[in-house]
Design a protein. Structure first.
Length: 131
């Protein structure tokens, strides 16, 4: 029981649980957006009563692409929101923390390192010329 208690009390388990709950709530919002706005537009484009009825006929086969299009739109909306609400702010925060710690951006450090390497190489070449 002690090991189980330690496992449950770890921060990452609780963070994961919160992420799942928030994700489920967010999925409901995106689903409502897709079903309420995008599905009727797609159905109108395909001249169907509902998105599930949207089909493309190839020869004698009817392909029900309406549900696939709705799922793709839903995925893209979720991906956009995750990127703009979570990923971009976290990247900015990490960059700001790096700047506070090191006094410069990571790219500036790489440029400085390459400058140092170049100067060292020039020095070595000049030493070889003297000999």
């Amino acid at each position: 029981m002690k090991g189980f208690k330690e496992f449950i009390m770890r921060g990452n388990v609780i963070e994961l649980a919160v992420a799942v709950i928030i994700g489920a709530a967010f999925t409901a919002i995106v689903t409502a957006l897709v079903e309420g706005i995008f599905n009727p537009i797609i159905a109108a484009i395909f001249n169907a009563d509902a998105i599930a009825d949207a089909t493309v006929t190839i020869g004698s086969v009817n392909l029900g692409i309406g549900a696939v299009i709705a799922a793709v739109i839903q995925f893209l909306l979720i991906a956009l929101v995750v990127y703009f609400v979570i990923i971009m702010p976290m990247n900015k925060l990490n960059e700001q923390m790096y700047i506070r710690k090191h006094g410069k951006k990571p790219e500036e450090e790489e440029a400085a390192a390459s400058e140092t390497d170049l100067l060292t190489e020039i020095r070595d070449l000049l030493k070889e010329r003297r000999v």
